[in-house]
Design a protein around this ligand. Sequence first.
Ligand code: ZN
Length: 499
Amino acid sequence: MKRLKEILSNIQKLESAASVLHWDQETHMPEGGGAFRAEQLAYLALIKHRMVTGRELRDELIRHIDYDSGKIVNITLSRDEKRLVSLVRKDLKKLTALPDRFVETMSRHVSNSQQAWIKARKNKDFSAFAPYLEKMIELKKQEAEYYGYEDKPYDALLDEFEPGMTTERVAALFGELKPRLTGLVERLQRKDPADRKILEQKFDTGEQWAFGMKIAEAIGLDLQRARQDVSAHPFTIGFHPDDVRITTRLNEDDLLSGLFSTIHESGHAIYEQGLSKEYYGTPLGQSASFGIHESQSRLWENMIGRSREFWSYALPLLQTHFPKLKEAGLEDWYRMINVVRPSLIRVEADEVTYSLHIMLRFDIESRMINEDMKVDDLPGLWNAKVQEYLGIKPKNDAEGVLQDVHWSMGGIGYFPSYAMGNLYAAQIFGQAQKAIPDLLERTAAGDFLPLKTWLNKEVHLQGRRYDPEDLVKVITGKALSADPFMDYLEEKYGEIYHL
Ligand code: ZN
């Protein structure tokens, strides 16, 4: 077992070196370095592929588990170790399921398709992207066949992002969510949104940075083991629990976007810092899924960062950085950061309408893979779905079907994780409030340590011991459901808007 962990740790060191290069590419690399960086990364990926699929790892693995049947052959393994070797086998099987020629075709198609998408979006012209998407769907269907699945081909793609999830399960959860969520949005739309005039002025980005860093540190980001830089699109990348990077994007005309982005990415980074060092490189030292990762960022961004208690602590601090906000009272501020309005662009959506954007994408992409759908029908279907879920209509394809990068890069099956993150977050946060009865009072006092410590133990240190849905059940004692999320939203917004 020691040797297996060593090999996995070495593979992870190589992978993390590639991550440093990726991070540098997005933050500091001069533009001219792009071509050579691509060569470096491709070569590192090749070495990694050789290490992962090489004899050494496989020989070590089959001492513990039968590669074909998945039956444990080393009876001295602990429960954790059994889980570990089962997941290494699963990952390896997936990695080797795709023939080299298919991987090559896919990788070439991804670059072509992304370029086509950028152009098509710029020209607001779906038809220029349609043939690329059609080919992508064909390739993803093929990929699903290579991976194998029990019920629907889309399940095989979902498993990349949310292990154990199926089309049927996601549809059931979203089916629970839909009537309550659209109902809430309708009721909120009849209310006047808060007056946000005070936010319509310039906010010095240096002060924004300083305040954001204070908040990141306050909620539990360890700055001895993390740093923040600027990039075009905010992201988090962890090389090791002791070295995690986040990025942000600041705009002097938009105080809230940079601020909440820093809290969001800090939530991701606190997860990365909380992963097990002992199991570094093994599945038990990795995050449970994209959705669980997203649950951590959203819990901090929304459930804490958009709460009244948080701002009773943070508003006076914000006002020392921006004296021009001195006039803003806590109640007005709380309403200003919790405005709900259906909008066309997913990444700008508020915490209530966000999941609706995801649900319509899931409807469409699961049909793309599970059924025979004509790509030409897509813009029409998209617009009809936006109308159905959000009650509004895109003016063109750029703010409609072409807005997201995911489909062009082959990320089909990714979208549900964003909404699952909201469901996981609400259910986990409910449990945290039971475990820490004075959680909100502590929040108002600026003391986030009990929550961070609880999340470290209950979520972060678990790694991939459980599939995401099981993890939520282990933590909360209840099956995953849309109810905690809806209860949270209805209570919060019902009170703010007197519904
Ligand atoms: Zn995120």
